[in-house]
Design a protein around this ligand. Structure first.
Ligand code: Q46
Ligand code: ZN
Ligand code: ZN
Length: 321
């Protein structure tokens, strides 16, 4: 991860990673220290947590969600995990194993939901049955189930592992379309409102290379493979674009996203307040909803009535990006 012979900026020991945006190399200990500092800075700066928050971490078995769970526990927060079995073929079976092992080895509480067993569908089938792109059916499912599990379990903060690369890529997409409504809500903390839990992204100051390195140095075994349904996902293309800008001009990615939060997001705050529609309660599941029956319950109804569809069938012809 670094040039042979380079030294840690802090202690001059042999470095294990170079971070061009910090214009420095770090040894393992000082790299971990830098990551902790970045997370604490995000938590403090954005007022992410109250000391008595009961945290639920959305866990996928990938590097970001396991890193954020590990970091929060290390920083002294109480945090349980929630894993959703999305039924995306072998990928889901393997990812469940990573989440379960992480929790079991550390004696942590992991709540598990299995879409096929608990709701009678899986993501490939939902995508086919509703003619949505897979990530849209998946996003709707995950948002609903994370929110509901947090509310039902009495958790006061729902944490996700979104990192700087994720947020910058979404910001680029939203900016290119001038999606003012989405831009106004693209914040690292969304307070609890209208029956939704507080949502927090503590990793927004760390890149995905840094969260991966955190896991490697901490000995966290995570699923490296990407979801097979991500092919064609616009965010991946935006990440590539930002990475080539970053390679030319280190620090651009962080400046793009963090300066948006500093300089632009406050100007959009009024817009986000206006957008807050009064919501009703879903007559089936009790969740906040724009209509009588929420989008999730409608998805369940359609997807669970459909014969199961394997991942390969949904993704046929969509491989590569
Ligand atoms: S799991 Fe789901 Fe992601 Fe797979 S289907 Fe798309 S949204 S890519 S984070
Ligand atoms: Zn050092
Ligand atoms: Zn509902």
């Amino acid at each position: 991860m670094t040039n042979v012979g380079s030294k840690c900026r802090v202690c001059k020991a042999p470095a294990i990673i170079d971070l061009p945006r910090h214009n420095a190399n770090f040894c393992a200990d000082h790299f971990l220290e830098l990551c902790r500092r970045q997370v604490v800075k995000a938590i403090d700066h954005f007022g992410m947590f109250e000391p008595d928050d009961k945290i639920l971490v959305a866990v996928s078995g990938g590097k970001d969600s396991l890193a954020v769970w590990d970091l929060l526990l290390e920083l002294g927060y109480r945090a349980d995990g929630l894993y959703i079995g999305l039924g995306i073929g072998e990928y889901s079976e393997v990812s469940a194993g990573y989440a379960q092992r992480f929790a079991a080895e550390r004696g942590l509480h992991l709540i598990e939901i299995k879409l096929r067993d608990d709701f009678g569908y899986d993501i490939p089938t939902a995508a086919r049955a509703t003619r949505r792109v897979p990530c849209s059916a998946c996003g709707l499912t995950k948002r609903h189930l994370f929110d509901q599990a947090a509310i039902d379990g009495g958790y006061t903060a729902l944490v996700t592992g979104h990192n700087l690369d994720d947020e910058a890529a979404v910001l680029l997409g939203n900016t290119m379309r001038w999606e003012i409504g989405y831009l106004a809500r693209q914040l690292p903390v969304l307070p609890a409102r209208n029956g939704f839990p507080k949502k927090v992204k503590p990793l927004v100051r760390l890149t995905e290379r840094e969260t991966a390195a955190w896991c490697v140095v901490r000995g966290i075994d995570y699923l490296v493979d990407e979801c097979p349904m991500a092919a064609g996902n616009r965010h991946l293309g935006h990440k590539d674009t930002l990475n080539s800008i970053e390679a030319q001009s280190p620090g651009s990615k962080a400046a793009f996203y963090l300066n948006f939060l500093e300089r632009m997001a406050p100007l959009l705050a009024a817009h986000s307040a206006e957008e807050r529609e009064a919501l009703q309660t879903c007559t089936r599941c009790g969740a906040p909803s724009a209509g009588e029956v929420c989008a999730f319950c409608r998805l369940v109804e359609t997807a669970s009535a459909h014969d199961p569809v394997p991942v390969e069938l949904v993704m046929r012809g969509k491989g590569g990006r």
